[in-house]
Design a protein around this ligand. Structure first.
Ligand code: UDP
Length: 434
């Protein structure tokens, strides 16, 4: 696995760490359980990190020195790809040829590294984009900077080179084909999963007690990296509207925002706090630092509704995790969220980002919470990391077989260059040129 810009050891919910980190951890664990050893290469971001760390039996994290440990943002990393790739190739060169059977790259920066590794090792390159610049740029939030052209070009190159492109949803598969010119035969739809043991319904009263909420509070929950794209500001506006429409909620409505800043923009925590103050709901909003899964599950359980108003989301694991805990979701009808949430069954999908529509959707969920809670758990249980891993192993295997067949064909073709060089216009018996 290649994960250049963020480590599977990082705490998700802050900075560059989010769903992709969870994806790599969960997938690697499942692959290891199937007897497939995994090395994850990631950039070393601190001198304290050991060169090699064991995530779990069979999953090794290799910290690669590529540029200074600290002070580099994601946008600086294209300049470090050569250093990163060199380290990956050197590590492999210490082993017998054929040490790795496949390369799975995550995000376009890793795709660039995987492209060269694949060529050097003659193994298939499987690529997961996680997000696509063209899609992101088409749905920019106010205050969000567009993704640079260098990324778009880099993504196009990876799409052209990868043996398999893994899409989270049918929609992402279509985007890869239509917007990036991907060969449809190389695109495979593999939905991500959710850990149904870790995220499952449990005593709600206890969960509320544990996260310091009263039994009769009306709790709206936002979980994720705090950035304009995730639109936590829409939730605050919706909460303010609910209070204006129903003053009896004044002492009971609670908005919890779990996560930390990512990038810069209008919705950094401090600006969110200012917005809450302007809206007169500062006393109703609580900011909570990123949480480990066990405690995060308690927040999901304690909530009446999880709200995911993102401007774009290639999938939205948070929506799935909330539902797995039996908490219905109000989400924007964008990207992967239309797959992650079953409208009217596990929550409500909202077109656009008008806070009034979110307030209406939240009210409608509150009115039928029990029914939707059962639907949420049912919907979430259709997703599993085991199934994700199984589908990916099938993709690795098919891509490997295809590559092997192409190599055999290529060798045969290389054995016949003189025949192929004969210009068709030459009459039989004519001397070959040169
Ligand atoms: N997450 C977490 N702790 C937090 C906040 C988020 O572990 O305090 C995890 C969450 O469980 C989810 C991931 O971060 O698995 C966020 O993934 P999602 O697909 O929702 O968003 P992304 O970060 O990929 O944009």
């Amino acid at each position: 696995m290649l994960s250049v810009h963020t480590s599977p050891l990082d705490q998700p919910g802050a900075g560059d760490a989010g769903g992709m980190n969870v994806y790599i951890v969960e997938l690697s664990r499942r692959l290891a359980a199937r007897g497939i050893a995994v090395d994850v290469f990631t950039r070393a971001t601190s001198s304290d990190l050991p060169p090699v760390a064991q995530l779990t039996a069979g999953v090794t994290v290799r910290h690669v020195n590529a540029g200074p440990f600290e002070g580099l943002g994601k946008d600086d990393l294209p300049a470090q790809l050569c250093a990163f790739t060199a380290a990956v190739l050197r590590e492999e060169a210490q082993h017998e040829p054929g040490f790795y059977d496949a390369v799975h790259s995550h995000y376009w920066l890793s795709g660039q590294v995987g492209w060269l590794a694949r060529d050097r090792w003659s193994v298939p390159l499987i690529h997961s984009a996680h997000t696509l610049a063209k899609v992101k740029n088409a749905a920019l939030a106010e205050g969000d900077a567009p993704e640079p052209r260098a990324r778009v070009i880099g993504e196009e190159q990876v799409v052209a080179e990868a043996d398999r492109l893994i899409a989270n949803t049918d929609e992402e598969a279509r985007q890869l084909v239509r917007w990036y010119g991907a060969d449809p035969r190389r695109v495979v739809v593999v939905p991500p999963g959710v850990d149904l043991d870790r995220f499952q319904p449990a005593d709600r009263a206890r969960a509320r007690e544990q996260v310091d909420l009263a039994p009769d509070d009306v709790v709206l929950l936002f979980v994720g990296r705090i950035q304009p794209l995730k639109a936590p500001d829409v939730l605050l506006h919706a909460a303010a509207r609910m209070l204006a429409d129903d003053p009896s909620l004044r002492d009971r409505l609670r908005v919890l925002v779990v996560g930390a800043p990512s990038g810069s923009g209008l919705t950094e925590p401090q600006k969110l706090q200012e917005l809450a103050a302007r809206l007169g709901i500062a006393d109703r909003v609580r900011f909570v630092a990123p949480q480990q899964p066990a405690q995060l599950a308690q927040y999901y359980r304690a909530a009446d509704v999880a709200v995911v108003p993102s401007h774009n989301e290639s999938f939205g694991l948070v929506a799935l995790e909330a539902q797995a805990c039996g908490t219905p979701v109000v989400a924007a009808a964008v990207g992967g969220l239309t797959t992650a949430v079953e409208d009217g069954v596990s929550g409500v999908l909202v077109a656009g980002h008008d806070p009034a529509d979110y307030a209406t959707a939240v009210r409608s969920v509150l009115a039928q919470r029990e029914l939707l809670s059962a639907g949420a758990r049912r919907h979430a249980s259709r997703f599993s990391w085991d199934r994700t891993a199984e589908s990916l192993v099938a993709a690795y295997t098919a891509a490997g077989a295809e590559l092997a067949a192409a190599e055999v064909r290529g060798r045969r073709e290389r054995l016949r260059p003189a025949v192929r060089a004969v210009p068709s216009a030459l009459a039989p018996g004519t001397a070959l040129p040169g």
